[in-house]
Ligand binder design. Structure first.
Ligand SMILES: *[C@@H]1O[C@H](CO)[C@@H](O)[C@H](O)[C@H]1NC(C)=O
Ligand SMILES: *[C@@H]1O[C@H](CO)[C@@H](O)[C@H](O)[C@H]1NC(C)=O
Ligand SMILES: *[C@@H]1O[C@H](CO)[C@@H](O)[C@H](O)[C@H]1NC(C)=O
Ligand SMILES: *[C@@H]1O[C@H](CO)[C@@H](O)[C@H](O)[C@H]1NC(C)=O
Length: 395
């Protein structure tokens, strides 16, 4: 994942990549962001981070990407750099003058601006307090610690460096502490959580760890620096769990992979996506995508339809279910027999017989990336509703 920018140093690039992952949330504001900026959540955040980079003179007083700059950034500046300064007010009737409207700060885009500002300031504070000049320096130190764990790996763990890095990131930075206690009776949940770490506090309550942004930070570093000869120690990420957001669980529900119809009534999950998983829906979604016709790209992007609004607990359960489901997808692929995989059991787009033996080697981050890309690139999948959780800085 090379960024289309020029960097004066490896640390500067690592810093930007880390801040991009730190701010990779606001999925619950997909629709208002589309209306305000013409871009979805992630594209809005990415554009903001690029603007932040371009407008920050490296090393100078006004470098908003330094720990100090992050610590002192203000809402007005964030709104300006996001290009939404004119989208953060709502009109309200004047308290005493009938018929008079007054504008005041408010609305969903204002919420995003506030959340982004809060995460930047709070992270800047942590970095300043611990003596790091910027987030990149902090992450580099975590990578080096991971590298040491990898070198003296006496235990049997797969890729111990990721555990070490993840723990460092999550312990230090509040916006990475993406976890929750969920009422964990087996039949309540859609599955048990098989993430990196599992902690059963009592038989009925489980801690659910999603850690989407922290895991994504680690994987983004692997993608960017994995094939370069830079000084950055590169963690091996083939065994990381997926980066569970709202898109992946929603798509897995639509595709009938996560079945909510049997989930506990009290959770109110079964009715969230009424059309999902029915034969009619699946018949359409599981065929090959309609061929893209000329001029399709020129069409203005449609504003997507808002999906069901979830509670925090519902969102955690669906995200944990997606983590589980993807683990099972990988296991299923690894269990495929030679018979399943023989070349004439599948056809590619041109009707040619395809050798499917590669399926045995797919990894969780690849499944994650694939679901994400079809959700964005396939027109009929792009229209599928994603669940909404506002107010969170985790995804
Ligand atoms: C767990 O749930 C069971 C059944 O609902 C209940 O009987 C038990 O007391 C609970 N245990 C704890 C530690 O809460
Ligand atoms: C849906 O399809 C499955 C498999 O083809 C079939 O067994 C089931 O009866 C169908 N359900 C409905 C409601 O049509
Ligand atoms: C894969 O195979 C193993 C060993 O036979 C089995 O325990 C596991 O349940 C299988 N997993 C899936 C998802 O089929
Ligand atoms: C399919 O591809 C794999 C890896 O490229 C190769 O080892 C295998 O022999 C191929 N199978 C057939 C039946 O062509």
């Amino acid at each position: 994942m090379a960024l289309p920018l020029n960097f004066p140093s490896v640390i500067a690039e690592l810093n930007l990549l880390s801040i991009l992952s730190l701010l990779n949330f606001a999925s619950g504001y997909r629709v208002p962001l589309h209306q305000a900026t013409g871009r979805g959540a992630f594209d809005s955040i990415r554009a903001f981070v690029f603007t932040l980079y371009i407008s920050s003179s490296a090393g100078g007083e006004d470098n908003l990407l330094s720990a100090k700059g992050m610590q002192s950034i203000e809402e007005g500046k964030v709104a300006e750099l996001m290009g939404v300064s004119d989208k953060i007010h709502i009109e309200k009737p004047h308290a005493t003058l009938p018929g008079v409207l007054v504008g005041e700060l408010g609305g969903p885009v204002w919420e995003v601006v506030q959340l982004v500002t809060k995460v930047m300031r709070e992270t800047g504070n942590v970095l300043m307090t611990s003596g790091y000049p910027d987030m990149g320096s902090f992450v580099l130190e975590a990578l080096k610690e991971g590298e040491r764990a990898r070198k003296d790996n006496s235990n049997e763990k797969v890729h111990p460096e990721c555990d070490v890095i993840l723990e460092r990131l999550v312990r230090a930075i509040p916006a990475f502490q993406d976890m929750a206690l969920v009422d964990g009776q087996r039949e309540l949940c859609c599955g048990t959580f098989l993430g990196l770490i599992r902690l059963i506090l009592n038989p009925n309550t489980s801690a659910v760890y999603c850690f989407k942004k922290a895991l994504l930070t680690i994987h983004a570093i692997n993608l960017r620096f994995g094939s370069s000869s830079s000084s950055v120690p590169v963690p091996r990420t083939t065994h990381l769990p997926i980066f569970s957001d709202n898109v992946i669980p929603s798509i897995l529900v639509h595709l009938g992979i996560i079945d909510l119809s049997t989930s506990n009534q009290e959770l109110g999950l079964a009715s969230l996506f009424p059309e999902a998983g029915t034969n009619e829906t699946l018949d359409l979604l599981l065929t090959r995508p309609p061929l893209v016709t000329d001029g399709n790209n020129a069409k203005p992007k449609e504003i997507p339809k808002e999906g069901p609004v979830l509670t925090k607990e519902q969102a955690f359960i669906l995200r944990a279910a997606a983590v589980d489901a993807c683990e099972l997808i990988i296991q299923t692929a690894q269990n495929l027999t030679d018979e399943d995989l023989k070349p004439d059991s599948g056809e590619n787009h041109d009707g040619a017989k395809e050798n499917l033996s590669w399926l045995k080697d797919i990894t969780l981050p690849e499944v994650d990336a694939w679901i994400w890309s079809i959700a964005k690139d396939r027109a009929d999948y792009r229209k599928l509703e994603r669940f909404v959780l506002t107010g969170t800085t985790y995804f």
